[in-house]
Design a protein around this ligand. Structure first.
Ligand SMILES: Nc1ncnc2c1ncn2[C@@H]1O[C@H](COP(=O)(O)OP(=O)(O)OP(=O)(O)O)[C@@H](O)[C@H]1O
Ligand SMILES: [Mg+2]
Length: 426
């Protein structure tokens, strides 16, 4: 049957497409970052903020939504005192508060807007003053402090901030997650490291008052937030959510495992062997990012369903692949971030010059190697030699794949080493 040009899918096909869209594949990079974040949420131990950065389309938002859903449904064990507060308000605890940070309308990040969004999510769009005040009303208290003060620069509102801090403590919020957190760095004209530090200090002071850790998720732009001062460094944890790297064999195998898992969920007939032989093409047009790959497959599956096709052919995939130019731009951003990270993590010498000021700078102690079988370290906690830095986790840190998937992956890899990418498509 061919229903080319149909502008609506049948209920059954729509359900098939929705199910495929909802399917989230579990993969090793995702599992690793999930575990690290859970640890930080459970026991922040002095942390004011956690930075989670990675390339666009690697799956950061998907990962954090999964964690938020899981924890908010589970509701972490609460202290008895907090439980009493909840019952008074009749609102359930909300361990994680997930907010998407918006780009500022004006020059700089708008803190008052942030308080409003958070308060609405907490179900508190009003607060008590002498009268009931709508937080969206014309009376914007933050305008009072016009001038060159920090309050005015960031459009801050001490009053709204206080209301939010109270609301967070009533709802038992343990962590605030700011997705797209690179917008926090939009600081208008004259952006400087000093202003970035102001933003981190603002976060730190909210953490000090409420005990709520802030998790900032975003692209590699977030790297500018790292290590702005000794105190900020001590209070921060950095987590890297990387794409799969073609130059690392374990990554290549994992990528093929992901591809296979996604293809198996396609609600159409699929020539699995043939498509797996083209895994390098899938890698090329997704630059090793699982989210980019999934969006591509969704577009191709949707087109095939709209056409009434019973199979997801290579042609559909080629028609909906990102162009080479798009991939090149994405790869440029990703590799720039990766290089910056690798450079920062490889420099033991500057640290040791400071630690042994006045001594023979050539006597740098040997780094402590990780023992085999240990779980992968947090990138920022590593002190590696330049040659080993920035490497993806080794084979023995990987989640064990099913032998079937692995065999298939290896077979496809052998093929692919000689294979070319399909000739169609830009
Ligand atoms: N593990 C996964 N399994 C299946 N689909 C995924 C997975 N991770 C991400 N996706 C899908 O990929 C797409 C992009 O993912 P997501 O929005 O999480 O990426 P991102 O890293 O937040 O990108 P950006 O930096 O551009 O915001 C979404 O449609 C999402 O559903
Ligand atoms: Mg995102």
């Amino acid at each position: 049957m061919n229903n080319f040009g149909a502008d609506k899918l049948s209920v059954r096909d729509q359900e098939k497409l929705d199910r495929f869209k909802e399917y989230a594949v579990s993969h090793s990079q995702l599992a690793k970052i999930d575990k690290e974040l859970m640890r930080a949420i459970r026991e922040p131990a002095g942390l004011a903020h956690v930075l989670v950065y990675g390339p666009s389309g690697v799956g950061k938002t998907t990962m954090i939504r999964q964690i938020t859903r899981r924890l908010n449904e589970m509701q972490l064990p609460q202290s008895a005192a907090k439980s009493i507060a909840y019952s008074q308000d009749n609102l359930p605890p909300l361990p994680l508060l997930l907010l998407e940070t918006r780009p500022p309308d004006g020059g700089a990040f708008n803190r008052a807007d942030y308080y409003r969004t958070a308060l609405k999510l907490l179900g508190e769009p009003f607060y008590e003053r002498r009268m009931l005040v709508n937080i969206d009303s014309e009376q914007v208290w933050e305008k009072k402090g016009r001038g060159r003060t920090k309050t005015a620069q960031f459009n801050d509102s001490p009053e709204l901030r206080h209301v939010l801090e109270d609301a967070m403590s009533r709802r038992g919020v343990q962590a605030v997650i700011l997705d797209e957190a690179q917008h926090l760095m939009k600081l208008g004209s004259g952006s400087s490291a000093g202003k970035l530090l102001d933003q981190l200090d603002w976060i730190k002071s909210m953490t000090n008052v409420t005990g709520v850790v802030h998790i900032l998720i975003g692209t590699y732009e977030l790297l500018s937030f790292r290590n702005l001062s000794g105190q900020a460094s001590r209070r921060g944890l950095d987590l890297h959510f990387p794409r799969y790297l073609f130059q690392h064999e374990p990554d290549r195998q994992d990528f093929q495992g992901v591809l296979l898992a996604l293809l198996k969920q396609v609600p159409l007939s699929v020539e699995m062997e043939m498509l797996m032989q083209h895994w390098v093409y899938f890698y090329e047009r997704s630059i090793g990012c699982v989210g980019v790959l999934k969006d591509w497959l969704i577009r191709a599956v949707a087109a095939a369903l709209y056409d009434g096709s019973e199979a997801l052919t290579l042609e559909y995939l080629q028609d909906h692949a990102l162009s080479l130019a798009q991939c090149e731009r994405m790869a440029l951003d990703a590799t720039e971030g990766e290089q910056e990270l690798r450079y920062a993590e490889s420099r033991r010498e500057p640290l040791w010059r400071l630690l042994q000021a006045g001594m023979d700078a050539s006597a740098i102690p040997a780094p402590v190697e990780r023992s085999a079988g240990a779980s992968a370290p947090v990138v920022s906690a590593q002190m590696t030699s330049p040659s080993s830095s920035g490497e993806a986790p080794t084979k023995n840190t990987r989640r064990k794949r099913s032998t079937k998937t692995k065999d298939k992956g290896e077979a496809a890899l052998k093929e692919a080493e000689t294979a070319k990418t399909p000739s169609r498509g830009s």
